[in-house]
Design a protein around this ligand. Structure first.
Ligand code: ACO
Ligand code: KIV
Ligand code: MG
Length: 514
């Protein structure tokens, strides 16, 4: 029978130790329910003794989660362990996770304890935890900088006291994959009662090696539990990322020979939820859950993908919860991808010559524009050239805007319509509303605003703001994006960009419009 790899998620405990990722009880509960849908084996819900709020969050999670074991962290202290047990009491299945540092540095400088005192405290913590549950995990903190002989003594002692999981930690992300795998193997070989426990790893990403170290511990050290977090959230540079280890073990089943119980189609929804709640954006090129993880921009790859997805995809986007992979049209695209997109848009061109002409126009446009959207292609084919696409019909010039407490915000915008200067003035419920009203006094588009979102694309108070505006008119929906240091000016640019798209569609349907 194939061995199972236990997935222990610590997004709600170590993940929350990320500066800025603190979560409310309700937010933790939402994430815990999603982790249960993802079918993680163990949810570390928090550190019960750390605060009243965390205690209550663990209690609330323990009360509703039925299909995953719920766990709380506790120092090797009687009171911490009792708090953990009290918070977890109503869970269907629960685990107490107790820990104490075993490295010379931590014992001497932080705990100010002798190794013998640490050994005794570890032993009595596990003994105490076993009074509340048969499921007790013990972590020697800073394992990778601990002395092997001492580690063996402590671990043999805690297993004898009834610890059922032994979690080898790389607390500061110091380990190297080969050594970490070797460490696990040596410990399991040297400790006489090692077979009585499940061996686990908990790695940090300070050198970007958390996933590699975890997988090495599984492959070469016999670890059968990985501690990880969604999006790799966690203290400092974060923890092992759940999505990466799970997909590595699943995609390379031939190499690992292990099963995971995770419903991988829930990976992307979980990643999005955690990102939305914590406000930590996922970088576009992040493995598995980044927006570009299944996107193809270059012609040779697009051609390969359209002929056989396996050429450039080792996993299916759908397998991890994306609706599909993406072919992004741009200056590196080739004829195959362009032709395919025309077909998807229902545009039939007459023979290879027309296709070649359209493709040349597309390349010319792509050289000047980062990404080519469907509206661009429609306009490009309809207008018979690229010129109309590149000339912005509505073009931003400048904006004056005033917001004074107690007064209605006012905006005055200068822009061009088909090359002629116009000025619009209006008030509104807020500065953005006033700006959009001012634009409408001149364009009279009557379009409905259905989405407005702001993103900071650089850091700090000098951040470039990126605004997306989605407009709807006569059943057509378009997005406009605008960037500026001034968020209101970015909003105006985004609104005008969306109007340009509506305009180019209208021109295609009725060339007299405008
Ligand atoms: C590697 C990790 O991720 S460990 C988990 C880290 N997570 C957290 O620390 C988040 C929650 N922590 C907290 O809310 C607080 O630190 C508390 C409530 C746990 C403790 O608060 P305080 O009592 O004010 O102690 P403080 O945080 O200042 O110092 C920690 C104390 O715990 C001791 N300690 C640290 N780890 C352990 C341990 N595993 N077992 C026993 N004692 C420990 C330290 O030596 C120190 O003791 P001292 O006060 O006698 O010097
Ligand atoms: C408490 C332990 C498991 C930990 O988070 C670490 O060592 O990084
Ligand atoms: Mg940690």
């Amino acid at each position: 029978m194939t061995d199972k790899l236990i997935i222990f998620d610590t997004t709600l405990r170590d993940g929350e130790q990320s500066p800025g990722a603190s979560m409310t009880k309700e937010e933790k509960l939402r994430i815990a329910k999603q982790l249960e849908r993802l079918k993680v084996d163990v949810i570390e819900a928090g550190f019960a003794a750390s605060s009243r709020g965390d205690f209550e969050a663990i209690q609330a999670i323990a009360a509703v989660i039925k299909n995953s074991t719920v766990c709380s962290l506790a120092r090797a202290h009687q009171q911490d362990i009792e708090q953990a047990a009290a918070a977890l009491r109503s869970a269907e299945a629960f685990r107490i996770h107790t820990f104490i540092a075993t490295s010379p540095l931590h014992m001497e400088k932080k705990l100010r304890m002798t190794p013998e005192q640490v050994l005794e405290q570890a032993r009595s913590a596990v003994r105490h935890a076993r009074q509340f549950t048969n499921d007790v995990e013990f972590s020697p903190e800073d394992s990778s900088r601990s002395q092997l002989d001492f580690l063996c003594r402590v671990l043999e002692a805690v297993i004898a006291e009834g610890a059922t999981t032994i979690n080898i930690t790389d607390t500061v992300g110091y380990a190297m994959p080969e050594h970490h795998g070797q460490l696990l193997r040596t410990l399991r070989e040297r400790i006489p009662n090692s077979e009585r426990a499940v061996w686990s790893v908990h790695c940090h990403n300070d050198l970007g090696l958390a996933v590699a170290n975890s997988l090495a511990a599984v492959k070469f050290g016999g670890a059968r539990q990985i501690e990880c977090t969604i999006n790799g959230l966690g203290e400092r540079a974060g923890n092992t990322s759940l999505e990466e280890v799970v997909m590595a073990v699943k995609t390379r089943q031939d190499y690992f020979g292990l099963e995971v119980g995770i419903d991988t189609t829930q990976i992307v929804p979980t990643s999005k939820l955690v990102s939305q709640i914590t406000g930590f954006m996922v970088q576009p090129n992040k493995a598995i859950v980044g927006a570009n993880a299944f996107a193809h921009a270059s012609g040779i790859h697009q051609d390969g993908i359209l002929k056989a997805r396996d050429t450039y995809e080792i996993m299916r986007a759908e397998e991890v919860g994306w609706s599909t992979n993406k072919i992004v049209l741009g200056k590196l695209s080739g004829r195959t991808a362009f032709k395919q997109r025309l077909q998807e848009l229902g545009i039939a061109l007459d023979g290879e010559n027309e296709l070649n002409t359209a493709f040349m126009r597309f390349k010319e446009l792509a050289d000047r524009k980062a990404e080519i959207y469907d509206e661009d292609i429609i306009a490009l084919v309809a207008a018979g050239g690229v010129a109309s696409e590149l000339n912005e019909y509505f073009k931003f010039t400048s904006l004056t805007q005033r917001s004074i407490s107690g007064e209605e915000p006012y905006a005055c915008i200068l822009f061009t319509i088909d090359g002629s200067n116009v000025t619009g003035e209006a008030v509104g419920n807020g500065p953005v509303d006033a700006t959009f009203n001012a634009i409408e006094t001149q364009t009279k588009s009557g379009a409905e605003l259905i989405l407005y979102s702001v993103n900071a694309i650089t850091m700090g108070t000098q951040a470039q703001g990126e605004v997306t505006v989605r407009l709807s008119k006569n059943g057509r929906i378009v997005n406009g994006v605008g960037t500026d240091l001034d968020i209101i000016a970015a909003s105006a640019k985004a609104y005008l960009a969306a109007l340009n798209k509506l305009q180019s569609k209208a021109q295609k349907l009725n060339p007299q419009v405008g």
